[in-house]
Design a protein around this ligand. Structure first.
Ligand SMILES: Nc1ncnc2c1ncn2[C@@H]1O[C@H](COP(=O)(O)OP(=O)(O)O)[C@@H](O)[C@H]1O
Ligand SMILES: [Mg+2]
Length: 459
């Protein structure tokens, strides 16, 4: 056997950690030897069976303690609300730039990080493990605390579902990039922006962006915003152009910190051909959500463990300055919260912030002599005068012959405020009539080029 005693218990949102101290084994000769830590660690699967727990992770030993941590899933996971952390003392006293709430640890304490000090973040995990929720929570924190003067964002989302909802937010340097062919162009533009910033720093005699902005403030000049690039699915990019992607990302990663440029990469395929050694070496801050195997875990964290995570926001966070990864339950941000924030910024961009041109791309950040290849990235901005979903909304009501706010909410997966604004715009443009009856259904008045739906005039 392996005698041991429980000396500490901490209950977190997802797991409870039992701190177990090894006891002594007495051999026939009366010699007492301590149970080996590795012996306890090897019992993970037996313990899981005995407790009927899906997965148990054993941390041997827990850093900073003289015990082994046995992490047992709670029967019910409690959600970690973003707001509670943001309103707490820990966050308020956290002074680093580009701060965001990551989650809560096994003792329930909030964990806060700063992209600025990372300076780049790599996120991996299988589908459904919580990558997108994590990326959204980071973006939410950024949009909550930064104006477009402080922070600019470039979003890349080949799946077109996770990040396209941010279109129209004035922090975006261009519409969310959904076509892979344009990504390299966008990355190259950022590389040039980085070179440009180095130039500016040299002229001003500054070492980095903080230094430079402090100088500019003294002289009453404009400061440079931080620039954040988020790529949701690195694998897609590595498939199309592995060498170029690796080269550009590495170069950016190595030189970007001083210029205030930060990257967040997410992937569901943590294999060595996606997360290459070169990319890894430049991304010291990493988050592993649940992965399929300990090989995957090793690719991201350089050690096993992530294969024992439970999914849905259960993560191991390796901070660049910590000796070992920490287990956290990630914060959860609802779609509703994101919509509210996005709507708020869209309103700001449309009405009150003259600094931002229509569609959210400030003129001076659009490169002067963009090569043809990447021009479309910026061209698209013009269309987003108002809501980028407007055309889709029109197409839907025309196809149905009628429409209501709740129908738009459902079909476009958007919030009430946004759907009703789309509907009002359509009414203004005389595409639909006023709402009628209890269902608030509206008749289509203008079908454009679309033939009215079969079955004639809807009743
Ligand atoms: N931090 C979290 N807290 C609670 N539930 C979560 C959390 N992260 C993810 N989930 C749940 O898991 C689902 C999948 O998460 P998602 O981020 O879309 O996964 P991925 O992008 O890795 O495929 C979410 O819809 C949500 O229900
Ligand atoms: Mg996702």
């Amino acid at each position: 056997g392996a005698p041991a005693q429980v000396v500490a218990i901490s209950r977190g949102p997802t797991i409870t950690q039992f701190g177990v101290e090894p006891l002594f084994l007495e051999s026939r000769g009366g010699v007492r030897t301590r149970v080996r830590v590795s012996k306890i660690a090897s019992l993970a699967d037996d313990l899981a069976l005995a407790l009927a727990a899906p997965r148990i992770r054993i941390q041997a030993p827990v850093p900073g303690h003289s015990y082994v941590g046995i992490e047992v899933p709670n029967d019910e996971m409690s959600r970690v609300a973003l707001r509670d952390i943001l309103e707490g003392e820990v966050f308020k006293n956290f002074r680093k730039p580009l701060a965001f709430a990551l989650g809560r640890d096994v003792a329930g304490l909030p964990s806060i990080a700063s992209i600025e000090s990372m300076p780049h973040l790599l996120i991996a995990g299988t589908t459904g493990s919580g990558k997108s929720v994590c990326v959204n929570s980071i973006l939410t924190c950024m949009l909550l605390y930064h104006t477009p003067d402080d922070l600019r964002v470039v979003l890349v989302d080949p799946k077109r579902v996770e990040l396209t909802g941010y279109n129209g937010v004035p922090h975006l340097l261009g519409p969310v990039v959904v076509e892979m062919e344009r990504v390299i162009g966008a990355l190259q533009w950022i590389t040039r922006e980085m070179d440009k910033r180095y130039h500016l720093f040299a002229q001003a005699g500054s070492r980095n962006i903080v230094d430079y902005n402090a100088k500019m403030k003294l002289q009453g000049q404009k400061k440079l915003p931080f620039l954040m690039i988020v790529i949701d699915e690195l694998a897609d990019l590595m498939m199309i152009a592995p060498e170029e992607t690796e080269r550009t990302i590495t170069r950016l990663a190595q030189l970007a910190r001083a210029t205030g440029i930060h990257m967040i990469l997410a992937t569901q395929r943590p294999s060595v051909d996606v997360v290459t050694g070169l990319i890894k070496a430049n991304f010291p801050a990493r988050i592993a959500f649940a992965v399929a195997s300990n090989t995957d875990s090793r690719v991201i964290l350089d050690q096993p463990g992530a294969e024992r995570l439970l999914g849905r926001g259960d993560m191991l966070y390796q901070s660049p300055d910590a000796p070992a990864p920490v287990r956290l339950q990630g914060v959860f941000v609802s779609d509703g919260e994101i919509h509210k924030l996005v709507d708020y910024w869209r309103d700001q961009a449309g009405n009150t912030n003259p600094y931002v041109a229509a569609g959210g791309a400030p003129r001076e950040t659009i490169p002067d002599n963009v090569p043809l290849k990447q021009a479309p990235l910026w061209e698209e901005t013009k269309k987003i005068n108002g809501d980028p979903l407007f055309d889709d909304a029109v197409a839907i009501v025309r196809k149905e012959g009628k429409g209501s706010v709740s129908m738009l909410q459902r079909r476009l997966r958007i919030g009430y405020t946004r759907a009703s604004r789309l509907m009002d715009t359509m009414e203004d443009k005389k595409i639909v009539g006023p709402p009628e009856g209890a269902t608030q259904m509206r008749q289509v008045l203008d079908y454009g080029d679309v033939p009215p739906p079969q079955g004639g005039e809807s009743k």
